[in-house]
Design a protein around this ligand. Structure first.
Ligand code: NIG
Ligand code: FE
Length: 406
């Protein structure tokens, strides 16, 4: 019986181990895989004697943990290119939303689309992410806003995972905006989500987490709190779109509910950062939305760093505020627009993104016992991953120890 299924040799390895300096680098390394998990890794000189079913030299290429996109809305109908033009002419995101456009315009297109149509439109998006080294993607609902269409979105998201081989984590974002049917009865909508939708979602195992949009144009903190209590009762972790357009105390709210993450955070206060530091919440930064909306207020990066809050980076892929299907581009934007270091960007799309999805125990770093989700790169240093734009450098992507390249 061979000791390993696959042995990769002649590798430079960025393990991204927590607390390790310089990307947790192992020079002239080897990595062995058994049953889809990492069985051994370290300097080639220390490789224990053993046999492998298959042994491949990666010819000095870099291995990193496969990338994780921990915040996307990549299942949706239609597009919002016309709104993008309206905003270029001076209209604001809030004005468009209050006039019935914005998220609601995507809700109309998503409700009108069949599950098959949504699936066909989203498959190239998830494949584009995988082509850049992404092995785990979070997908939110939130463009259905009624029971039938929220369930439809989550089912499509699960199906995308099965078809693409990418591991999909689904999030119920029914509290994304108030549907017109409940215009003057927002609390009734929250009750519908708590009492009918959420129990069905749990019963069918369709969501791994619950998210909400806490903002003046969406839901208030008390409304979100009601939903989060219900999620906790049903055993689902929560995350929050927080403080994107104004300081609504979103970071504090997320921390109070021990959320996996608080996302956006452009307007988060010092008190919000302090609250997050006392919780497990990861700060998920979304530079694609910042860029697309022409924002000028940068999230409190220095304060987050100083307080030791883990920082992740994601695409926020959606048709309204972040029409970006490239996590590599999001890394570049996070370094250029928010001045994250390239190492913070890579940690933010591997280790910290795994924490933001609650999957750190089995992925996000290259360590013995973790899933063999590994990206193989044609680069001379991992800082290049947050530097090039639109430059293909992925030599292979292993998911659960299996190559996804022919
Ligand atoms: O993450 N902020 C709210 N949700 C999305 C936008 C969705 C949309 O505009 O369609 C976001 O930016
Ligand atoms: Fe979002």
């Amino acid at each position: 019986m061979p000791d390993w299924d696959l042995l990769l040799t002649d590798a430079r390895i960025a393990t991204m181990r927590a607390g390790a300096p310089d990307y947790g680098e192992i020079n002239d390394g080897a990595l062995a895989i058994t049953d889809g998990s990492i069985a051994w890794l370290g300097p080639a000189t220390e490789l224990p004697k053993g046999t492998a079913v298959e042994s491949n030299s990666v010819a000095g290429r870099w291995l990193t943990p496969a990338l994780i996109d921990c915040h996307t809305h990549l299942v949706f109908g239609g597009d919002r290119a016309a709104e993008f033009e309206q905003r270029l002419r001076g209209a604001s995101y809030e004005e468009i939303a209050r006039a019935g456009g914005g998220i609601m315009s995507t809700v109309r297109a998503t409700r009108a689309a069949s599950a098959d149509e949504l699936y066909a439109a989203a498959l190239p998006r998830i494949n584009a992410l995988a082509a850049e080294g992404v092995a785990t993607v979070e997908i939110k609902s939130g463009y259905g806003l009624d029971i039938e269409n929220e369930l439809k979105m989550l089912i499509v998201a699960r199906r995308l995972g099965e078809a693409s081989g990418v591991n999909v984590r689904t999030t119920l974002l029914a509290a994304h905006t108030v549907p017109p049917e409940f215009d003057n009865a927002v609390d009734d909508y929250i009750d519908l989500v708590c009492d009918e939708l959420l129990p069905q979602v749990v019963e069918h195992g369709l969501a791994d987490a619950v998210d909400a949009y806490c903002e003046s144009i969406a839901f208030s903190a008390p409304q979100v709190a009601k939903l989060f209590h219900k999620a906790a009762d049903l055993g689902l972790p929560v995350k929050l779109h927080a403080d994107q357009l104004s300081d609504g105390g979103g970071a504090e709210l997320a921390a109070f509910f021990n959320a996996l993450s608080a996302d956006h955070l452009e307007y988060t206060s010092a008190a919000g950062v302090r609250a997050m530091a006392k919780s497990r919440a990861v700060a998920v930064l979304l530079p694609g939305a910042f860029l697309t909306l022409g924002e000028t207020r940068v999230p409190p990066i220095a304060e987050l760093r100083e307080a030791g809050v883990p920082v992740a980076v994601a695409t926020d892929c959606n048709p309204g505020t972040s029409p970006i299907c490239s996590l590599r581009n999001a890394m570049m934007l996070a370094s250029r627009l928010f001045r994250l270091t390239p190492e913070e960007c890579l940690a933010g799309t591997t280790r910290e993104a795994a924490r933001a999805l609650g999957v750190f125990a089995d992925r996000g770093t290259l360590e013995v016992g973790k899933r063999a989700d590994i990206a193989v790169w044609d680069i001379s240093h991992p800082r290049e991953l947050a530097y090039w734009i639109g430059t293909p450098q992925l030599a292979d992507l292993l998911i659960g120890g299996h190559t996804t390249r022919p």
